[in-house]
Design a protein around this ligand. Structure first.
Ligand SMILES: NC(=O)c1ccc[n+]([C@@H]2O[C@H](COP(=O)([O-])OP(=O)(O)OC[C@H]3O[C@@H](n4cnc5c(N)ncnc54)[C@H](OP(=O)(O)O)[C@@H]3O)[C@@H](O)[C@H]2O)c1
Length: 189
């Protein structure tokens, strides 16, 4: 087995959508705010995020998520090559971040060919939908937050057909968050 950037076998290529959502399936409220997540981030538990982040060798974001993250005090992906999907002009980008409009299948094939083995799809739901529609998301790590928002931005936008998933892990945290990990099992158009 060939050694790679991630230490995994050369045949291994994973795109993981790692996301927190309300129990009614939203990743942000209707205005794109995440304040409802804050109390759960202040528990001292990282819900396995640091270990997950360590396992990835590339990061992808949609433009709306990028706009949100860019406003944070520090760019959190400085140590990983990052691609921002957008047709807009984004201005100056953080270190190691580049904009792209590449079609997701070609993009994933290019990363794979360059030796990347585990891509972190940060979101949001519209970018996830375009990757999912192309059959590219191989793993979902969903932290289900015990909050009902009653509306907002969906975890995955529409389209892409039915996809059956295999649950490979579930873990309950003292805060009430339940983290579910799924591998994509099969898809019908
Ligand atoms: N709870 C969580 O864990 C979590 C995680 C991630 C994000 N979020 C939140 O989710 C919200 C944003 O989610 P969203 O679904 O509205 O937007 P999004 O997916 O972040 O961004 C959508 C934009 O990405 C670009 N895009 C998407 N697919 C593309 C493709 N295939 N090719 C080229 N460009 C593509 C387009 O930008 P252009 O219009 O510029 O072309 C599109 O308008 C933010 O509030 C963010 O904070 C929450």
């Amino acid at each position: 087995m060939t050694a790679t950037r991630s230490g995994r076998g050369s045949e291994h290529f994973e795109i993981t959508y790692y996301v927190a959502c309300s129990i009614d399936g939203f990743i942000a409220d209707a205005e794109g705010r995440l304040d409802w997540l804050r109390p759960f981030e202040q528990t001292g538990d990282d819900y396995g995020y640091a270990a997950f982040y360590e396992s990835v060798d590339a990061v992808v974001l949609g433009r709306s998520t990028f706009d949100f993250v860019r406003d944070m005090p520090e760019w959190p992906y400085e140590d990983k090559p990052t691609w921002v999907f957008s047709h807009a002009s984004l201005g100056a980008l953080p270190r190691r971040a580049v904009a792209t409009v590449e079609e997701p299948v070609a993009f994933a094939a290019r990363l794979r060919a360059h030796g990347y083995r585990h891509v972190y799809l940060v979101g949001g739901g519209r970018l996830a939908a375009s990757f999912r529609a192309a059959g590219l998301i191989t793993r979902y790590v969903v932290s289900v937050v015990p909050v009902i928002l009653g509306g907002g931005l969906p975890m995955i936008g529409p389209g892409g057909g039915v996809e059956r998933l295999e649950c490979i892990r579930s873990e309950a945290f003292p805060s009430g968050i339940v983290q579910l990990e799924y591998a994509s099992a099969s898809r019908t158009a």
